[in-house]
Design a protein around this ligand. Structure first.
Ligand code: CA
Length: 227
């Protein structure tokens, strides 16, 4: 069995409990958020392997988070919605959810869907890794550790989040705003200046480990990129 990390965003305690019980009994690790704001923080800190997302949440619609996640990467998303929210089914799939179950559902059915998504993601992963070449970075997301050319880097949580985000979008320019949302969360008080400050310290640490190369490229007025 593949072990993996699941982020569950669900505000109904009974439904959340039965999902967590079923997934954990099957060897999966589940992090649970009751709110979108907390889910965004979790996603920035430790991106999971699958995101299970309720539609109706106390601080907004899961559909918004689904759209954000889709715009910023390829994390598989499974949407949950209450009975009768047929409109959300269409919307959810249009926004790029990978799968969908309507409440009430059996936890076993949900487990089967999650396992299917994990299998598909693993099958796609080797192809993606191959096309990007061999990375000098060795990123351990669950352990929040990273090494560059075999040398462990001593990064703060935010620096790690920034580097993980840039590596996830390798070759693409990430705006300060995108990095802020991804690493600090959409409702953070931090500013573009915060991103710049952390990029500066991150860059210094990378250069200490690999003085002959500048991995983070600044695109004036646009943002940052790892090439
Ligand atoms: Ca709900």
């Amino acid at each position: 069995m593949i072990s993996a990390r699941i982020l569950l965003v669900e505000d109904d305690p009974a439904i959340a409990r039965s999902i967590i019980y079923t997934l954990e009994r099957d060897g999966l690790t589940v992090t649970h958020s009751l709110l979108l704001s907390d889910a965004r923080r979790q996603l920035a800190m430790r991106p999971p392997d699958v995101l299970i997302l309720d539609v109706g949440l106390p601080d907004g619609s899961g559909l918004d988070l689904c759209r954000e996640v889709r715009n910023s990467g390829s994390l598989p998303v499974l949407m949950l919605s209450a009975h009768g929210e047929e409109i959300d089914r269409v919307l959810g799939l249009e926004l790029g959810a990978d799968d969908y179950v309507s409440k009430p559902f059996s936890p076993r059915e949900l487990l089967a869907r999650v396992r299917g998504m994990l299998r598909r993601a693993r099958m796609q992963a080797p192809a993606a890794a191959h096309s990007s070449g061999i990375s000098p970075f060795d990123l351990d997301m669950p352990g929040q550790r990273v090494s560059l050319r075999g040398r462990p880097l001593n990064l703060t949580r935010r620096e790690f989040g920034l580097l993980a985000d840039l590596l996830r979008h390798r070759g693409r320019i990430r705006s300060r705003e995108e990095l802020l949302v991804s690493v600090w969360g959409a409702d953070s008080d931090s500013t573009d200046r915060t991103v710049d400050t952390h990029i500066k310290t991150l860059r210094a640490k990378l250069q200490e480990a690999a003085p002959d190369h500048d991995y983070i490229v600044t695109h004036r007025g646009m943002g940052y990129c790892v090439e």
